[in-house]
Every structure is written in C-alpha cells, then in structure tokens.
Design a protein around this ligand. Structure first.
Ligand SMILES: Nc1ncnc2c1ncn2[C@@H]1O[C@H](COP(=O)(O)OP(=O)(O)O)[C@@H](O)[C@H]1O
Ligand SMILES: [Mg+2]
Length: 452
C-alpha cells in the first residue's frame, strides 16, 4: 500500500445498541453497567480496511442498510467508530443524507457562513465566495429565510452549493443528489467532474449504477456491514447486481464467491483493480451483467402506479427487455429494447388490441402505439387465455427518466373501451450518451459550426 492515501480505515467497525422493547432503553439508563445489558449489539459495519488515494473518485454501492451511510459518517467524523480507526488528510466537505449539516433555525445565508467556518474558511473567504454559492444554489429570496422553511430540493441545492464552493480536497456525497431535479443534478455532476479534474478525492454513494460507472475510478461493494469487494466500477456493479437479484437460497454462495474475488484483488490500487477485472472468473459468474449500456438497477421502480378497475382483463408483468430477453431498466440511446406485458382475459373478449405509451416524469406523452389499428384486432379472446404483448423499439430518447403505461382495448356494446389500463407501471432511465443533447429525443444530429 502506498503512502499517498487521503482516507484510510483499518478494522473500522460500528455497532449500535438495539433494544428489543422500548422500555429496555429506559432500564439501561436507570441501571447501566456491564452486568445489566438491556440491549444487543448490532454491527452496522465490520472490519473495514480501506485506502483511498489522492485524486481518486470512488463509488460505494450496496443495498439499503448495508452500512454505506455509517461508513461515510465515520469518515466525515459525525459518527465515532466502535472499533478500528479512520483517518482523513485534507479539507473534507460532505453532503450527507438530509438532516445533516444545517441549523434549521438559521437563514440560508447564516448557514453558509456557519458551514464555511466549520470547513475551515475565514469569514473573508466565505464573503468572497458567497455570490458563487448563491448563484449555484439558485434559491432566490429563500437565502434570507430560515432553512426549516426549505423544501428538500432547496436544502440540497444550498448544501451542495456550499460543499463544492469551499474547494474541498475531499468531497463526500451520500445519495444527496437523487433529491434535486434533473437539471440541477446535471449541474452538480458537471461541478463534481470539475472538482475531480482539479485533483480532489471524491467518495460517493449512489443508487445509480450508471453514475458509478460513468464517474468513478473504483467502486466498493458493501453488504451487511462488510466490505465484500472493490475494483473496477463496471465489475463491482455487476457483482452487486448479481447479488441483489440472486434467489434467496443462492445469496450466501454468491457472497462467498465475491469474497474470494476480494482475495484476488487485494487492495484497490488501479493495477490491482485491473488485475481483479482480468482475473474475474467469468464463467463462475454467469449472471454478471457486464454490459454497461443496459442493465437492471435496483430501486428504479415507480413510486405511484395507478391501476384502473379491471373490466374483463388483467395486465401483468410489465417489463423492459433487451432483444435477447435480459430484463433492464437502465438503457442507452440508440439501443434496441422490447417492452413486454401479459394480458389475462377474465371473460371472453372481442376485438382486442393492446397499447402502450412512454411518458416523461412530468406526464408528457412521448411515444405510443398499439398492436393493431382499430378494426384489425384479435377477433376473439376466450376467457382464461393469455396474450403475450411485445413492443420492440429503437430507443431514440435522450437521457432522462421515463415511465411505461399499458392498456388493453376491446369492443363492447357501446364501442371500443379499455378493459384494463395501468399508468406508470414501470420506469426506466436512459443513460447520458452524447454530451450536447437537450430535450427528449435524439434526432441523430450532426452539428457543425465554422467561421466563414
Ligand atoms: N443510529 C442507529 N441506531 C441503530 N441502528 C442504526 C443506526 N444507524 C444506522 N443503523 C443501522 O445500521 C445499518 C446500516 O445503516 P446505513 O449505514 O444507514 O445503511 P445504508 O446507508 O447502506 O442504507 C442499518 O441496518 C441501519 O438500520
Ligand atoms: Mg444511506
């Protein structure tokens, strides 16, 4: 291990007391002492050895509850380790989960000064940067309002504006960015890239496998408080996905498979990571989706699906797949995909056709089609039979998040009507591909400009 580390953890662990019953906490307070223990220790993080070097951008992935935030909080010093030790060299700015950092009673402006001071800036230095911070946060007159009146979006905007305008040597970001709107996220990632190019060390937690692959030099996989593996982002993300989507009875086996890989990789030097990547036993990992252009990302599911009352049919299993049948929800502009769902007829139906629509986050219809024109439908569908529906398409969408809708139409006495309809049944994300592409659709531009 080299000596130019910026963050180093050795045997780092954190336990939290867990009380089985609410009153046990009180009993513990009334009668503390080694012979009276009213709680059990829960290991949120165990034996983490980690070395992060100057200028590295490192992503941390892992399921909810795997210990990501606990690790970041110990690195930032807002949580004390139970075991082991962690050190950081240099000015560290952090964007932890909501709730950390600001005093809710103070105004935005006051918090900027408070925060800047904590990060080691003088008042004059903060004064000099204030306009930049305000411009980046872009929250207008709210700057003079108490932070407790902010929306979570405003909170993150201000927190981020401070964190990146104090010229941090180490920047730690914990999922905070998922809160802001997409335009702000883009601005933030541009800024993170700039900070990285200036040689800062960046550590961040993201649910977005795409972001980790795009942005990071290295990724770390945490699982149940254990550092399972680390290495090239693409490789680690595939292992993470393999672990998450494994059937329950395979999880332990896969876990130890990944652990054995750690022995190969040893530490996270780029050389070791590359070696681990090369040495990864590919045939032992048949599920690993190493394709960085389309994959499945956990957590990318609609928050609110609207199911209409069924009127004779039931739509099920809506999904996006690659042409070879791999289920995906992160895709790339230009790729071919198939939107599939299944329809079970609850009674016999006549004149059946099936439709779909892709919508934006704000509900704009982007593109839709149906399996047939009206009058060219499946004449009769018997009760109890199943229709497999597929819409193959080339993804001409620009990067962003989109929602899938489904509807089944049948001919009724009063005319054609929906027999089942589901709004926002699935969502998918299109990865950023071309740098300069705005709007919804990639028209395959070729742009040029020349001075005549
Ligand atoms: N203050 C706490 N008291 C008890 N348990 C906690 C506390 N903070 C976190 N935990 C537990 O520790 C585990 C790791 O949490 P966390 O680091 O927040 O995970 P992640 O950020 O990966 O979702 C979880 O099981 C969580 O419930
Ligand atoms: Mg967390």
């Amino acid at each position: 291990m080299s000596s130019d580390w910026v963050i180093r953890a050795e045997g780092l662990g954190k336990s939290f007391p867990v009380y089985r019953k609410a009153h046990h906490r009180l009993m513990q307070m009334l009668a503390p002492g080694p012979e009276n223990r009213w709680y059990e220790e829960f290991d949120a993080l165990r034996g983490v050895d980690l070395e992060i070097h100057r200028g590295e951008t490192v992503g941390i992935v892992g399921r909810n509850g795997s210990g990501k935030s606990t690790l970041l909080q110990m690195i930032c010093g807002t949580l004390t380790p139970s075991r082991g030790d962690v050190q950081v060299r240099g000015r560290i700015a952090a964007l932890l989960e909501l709730g950390a950092g600001f005093n809710p009673e103070f105004t935005g402006r006051e918090n900027v000064f408070l925060n800047g001071t904590v990060l080691g800036l003088t008042n004059a230095e903060i004064e000099a940067r204030f306009d930049d911070i305000a411009a980046f946060a872009d929250i207008g007159p709210f700057m003079e309002q108490p932070v407790k009146t902010y929306s979570s979006g405003m909170y993150v905007r201000l927190a981020f504006a401070v964190a990146i305008n104090v010229t941090p040597e180490v920047l730690v970001v914990d999922e905070a960015l998922s809160v802001g709107d997409e335009a702000f996220q883009r601005k933030c990632f541009a800024k993170i890239n700039e900070i990285r190019d200036n040689g800062a060390t960046i550590l961040f937690v993201s649910h977005s496998a795409g972001t980790v692959i795009d942005l990071c030099d290295r990724a770390i996989l945490l699982d149940a408080g254990e550092l399972l593996t680390q290495g090239a982002p693409k490789h680690v993300v595939s292992l993470y996905q393999k672990l998450v989507y494994a059937p329950a009875d395979r999880t332990d086996a896969i876990r130890s498979e990944i652990r054995r890989g750690l022995a190969l990789a040893d530490a996270g030097s780029p050389a070791a990571a590359a070696a681990a990547d090369a040495a990864a036993p590919q045939d032992a990992l048949p599920l690993a989706a190493a394709d960085p252009t389309s994959f499945w990302e956990e957590g990318l599911v609609p928050a609110s699906t609207i199911l209409y009352e069924t009127k004779g049919a039931r739509i099920g299993d809506p999904r996006l797949e690659t042409p070879d049948g791999r289920r995906v929800n992160v895709v790339s502009t230009g790729g071919e995909y198939v939107y599939r769902y299944r329809v079970v007829a609850e009674r016999s139906l006549v004149g059946v056709r099936c439709g779909m629509m892709i919508k934006t986050k704000t509900g704009i219809d982007v593109a839709g089609t149906a399996t047939a024109a009206e009058g060219d439908c499946i004449p009769v569908v018997e009760a109890g039979s199943t229709i497999e529906v597929a819409f193959r398409f080339r993804c001409a969408l620009a990067s962003g998040t989109y929602f899938l809708n489904a509807g089944v139409l049948a001919r009724e006495a009063e005319g054609e009507d929906y027999v089942d309809r589901q709004i926002d049944v699935a969502m998918f994300r299109v990865l950023p591909s071309r740098l300069v592409l705005t709007g919804l659709v990639d028209l395959d531009f070729e742009a040029s400009a020349a001075v005549a």
